[in-house]
Design a protein around this ligand. Structure first.
Ligand SMILES: [Zn+2]
Length: 417
């Protein structure tokens, strides 16, 4: 790892520890400045504007509590449940060994950043974790039909997971590492993060409004400029603008069902494995692969540096479906599934369910979930038998575009609708 990477990583780690302390300081300062200094001392005691003072204090308290609550919820989850993809057993053991080496080097006063343990994609057809993909009907894959591989975590990347170089882990529906909330924004706290930026905008608007109102009164009285009012105006204005920008961006991501990472990869096409009837052959327009992989299906899948067969239709290979070897258990035979490999066009998002369903998949199904930072997003549930995350109408569109044969379930679903 180049030294600059290590330095960046350390800087990020320090930032995510220090910035939250600054935020708590800002919360404390605002309570003193807005409530004690402006509302109580000035409006209530000096100007006798009881109604205005109380109304401002109530608004302040409501948004203060909602902001603080959603902030703590985001921060705690970022540090306790950041949607890490579990390590494989092998990687877990390697990680323990790496930590031991690191501790040993530290004790001897050496460089504590040990070498990254990089591992190429597992070529074992029975690679642990593959079944989690082919037991679903659709999954994101590489051009060879296998799921995406993380060579640093040594695991198959679930749909929408990305590797965070700062945290050195794959994270489900990773959005960004946020120093403001002291950790990773991912599927487990993106909704709470949105609550935070939304309530923070309203909270800072109240601070801004109170400060501007008092400034106007004091100017009419001909008093000299109050330093605390100026500080509130500058800080609330600056951070309010920033929080509003973040809220707008989060809203866009929610309604489009995308993440920061998706925005960075907008110019990339995605390969999808879509289930087709068992042993469907490859055609001139798409290639098929049957799971569980067998030794014979391994060869065309890029072993020995052979290029993987293109999934865009130029492949002239026979179907990779082979009779189940006699050694395979009956259970494996029953679990055999064939997938067609297809490619999305630029800018197509297979997870786009339409704005309203996109919103509900992140923010929840009812007003309480939309308003209070209490419940996890419905998209954190990966129990569906069809896919890890719900796919949108693009899958049906791709079935038509590539003229994929319907599975029995598809035929029933289409016939019944
Ligand atoms: Zn990873």
């Amino acid at each position: 790892m180049p030294p600059s990477d290590a330095a960046n990583r350390n800087a990020t780690r320090w930032a995510i520890r220090i910035v939250p302390i600054f935020i708590f300081g800002a919360f404390g300062f605002s309570a003193y400045a807005v409530v004690a200094h402006l509302c109580v001392n000035y409006l209530y005691r000096q100007k006798y504007q009881y109604g205005t003072a109380i109304a401002l204090i109530v608004l302040y308290a409501v948004f203060y509590l909602l902001t603080l609550w959603s902030y703590l919820r985001t921060l705690i989850i970022a540090n306790t449940d950041p949607a890490f993809v579990p390590y494989t057993e092998r990687r877990e053991t390697a990680e323990k060994e790496r930590k031991a080496v690191k501790a040993n080097r530290k004790a001897k006063g050496g460089d504590i950043e040990s070498q990254e343990s990089w591992l190429p994609a597992d070529t074992d057809p029975d690679s642990p974790g593959l079944e989690a993909f082919y037991s679903k009907d659709v999954f994101i894959c590489e051009s060879d039909g296998r799921p995406r591989w993380c060579s640093l975590c040594w695991n198959w990347k679930p749909d929408r997971a990305s590797h965070s170089s700062e945290l050195e882990r794959c994270v489900r529906k990773m959005d960004h590492l946020c120093p403001w909330v002291g950790g990773m924004i991912s599927e487990t706290n993106f909704n709470f993060f949105t609550h935070f930026t939304f309530y923070c905008t309203l909270f800072l608007s109240v601070c801004l409004g109170a400060a501007a109102y008092c400034l106007r009164l004091q100017q009419k009285e001909g008093r000299s400029l109050d330093g605390i009012i100026v500080a509130v105006l500058v800080l609330a204005g600056l951070f309010g603008f920033f929080a509003f920008g973040m809220t707008a961006t989060s809203a866009r991501y929610i309604f489009q069902n995308i993440t920061n990472i998706d925005v960075l990869r907008q110019d990339q096409q995605q390969y999808l494995a879509i289930r087709v009837p068992l042993d469907s052959p490859s055609t001139p327009t798409y290639w098929t692969v049957t799971y569980p992989l067998t030794t014979s299906t391994r060869a065309p899948l890029g072993r020995n540096g052979e290029p993987p067969p293109p999934a865009d239709g130029r492949a002239n290979v026979p179907s990779e479906s082979k009779p189940t070897p006699p050694s395979a258990a009956k259970r494996d035979a029953a679990a055999r599934r064939t997938f067609a490999l297809v490619k999305t066009e630029l800018g197509e998002n297979p997870f786009d369910l339409g704005p309203w369903r996109n919103f509900k998949s992140v923010m929840g199904n009812g007003p309480l979930e939309w308003l209070l930072p209490m419940w996890h997003s419905p998209c954190c549930n990966h129990d569906s038998i069809h896919s890890d995350y719900e796919f949108g109408p693009l899958i049906d569109e791709l079935r038509k575009r590539y003229k994929l044969p319907a599975t029995d379930e598809n035929a029933e679903a289409n016939g019944g609708s």
